[in-house]
Design a protein around this ligand. Structure first.
Ligand code: SAM
Length: 222
């Protein structure tokens, strides 16, 4: 049974989380406001929802996780979201990151590789009235039929930057992607200055579940 009650206690916990994220270095006021607005506990299984406002990743079923709030905030900040941006998210998962991007004013296209998770999250966000364009499939190759995108965010750890994603990025666009091995990845921000010139910036290490697929890891196992 889904619990869709947002109480003063939840709001208080969200405010405390926002303060913590500010302390950890998140500066974008719009991102902080979105985290302070979206009820993260809606995206949790009832058994775990008392943990929803801890700054931690948690299981969401099918061996996958909802990202840590700091990670969501950090990636969202790097994306420099502007109202009307057409954003591709790879790894819909619980739908929390997609909901944050929507609240920031983006047109969100989100793709998920796990059918059960795709079905569950599409149904849930539709019920919440959050208009996301959902796709089922291998997002490591992007979504050529919907390209180009102003921004692309990858929420699973990639072995390399997929070429398809760079191709599907608009000139002036930003790709935010964790790249590394199966356990830790460096957060990277790639800005497409011209069709041929990409500026690359590297940030801290994070620990994501693997990006599977044709331009990701070829199998679930090591
Ligand atoms: N953004 C999610 C959220 O807000 O809950 C968290 C994503 S979770 C850390 C990573 C997700 O990426 C998992 O749901 C996983 O199934 C998905 N994934 C892995 N490889 C993928 C691929 N090639 N295409 C699309 N989704 C993929």
């Amino acid at each position: 049974m889904l619990k869709l009650e947002d109480t003063y206690r939840h709001k208080g916990q969200r405010n405390a989380l926002v303060k913590l994220l500010e302390k950890k270095g998140i500066k974008d006021g719009n991102v902080l406001q979105a985290i302070g607005t979206i009820p993260r506990h809606f995206f949790f299984d009832t058994a775990l929802d008392s943990h929803a406002y801890e700054d931690k990743a948690f299981p969401i079923g099918e061996g996958q996780t909802i990202s840590q709030p700091y990670t969501v905030a950090f990636q969202s900040e790097l994306l420099e979201v502007k109202p009307g941006d057409k954003i591709l998210e790879i790894g819909t998962g619980s739908g929390y990151q997609a909901a944050i991007l929507h609240l920031l004013g983006a047109e969100v296209h989100s793709i998920e590789f796990q059918k059960k998770l795709f079905d569950k999250t599409k149904k849930f966000l539709t019920k919440l009235g959050i208009p996301i364009h959902f796709y089922f499939g291998d997002g490591s190759q992007g979504i050529p039929s919907q390209a180009p995108f102003d921004k692309i965010i990858v929420t699973a750890g990639a072995p390399v930057v997929p070429n398809s994603l760079l191709k599907q990025l608009e000139v002036g666009g930003i790709l935010v992607i964790p790249v590394g091995d199966r356990k830790t990845q460096k957060m990277m921000k790639l800005t497409k200055k011209t069709a041929k010139k990409i500026i690359q910036e590297e940030y801290d290490n994070f620990a994501f579940v693997p990006l599977l697929g044709e331009e990701g890891w070829r199998s679930q196992s090591v």
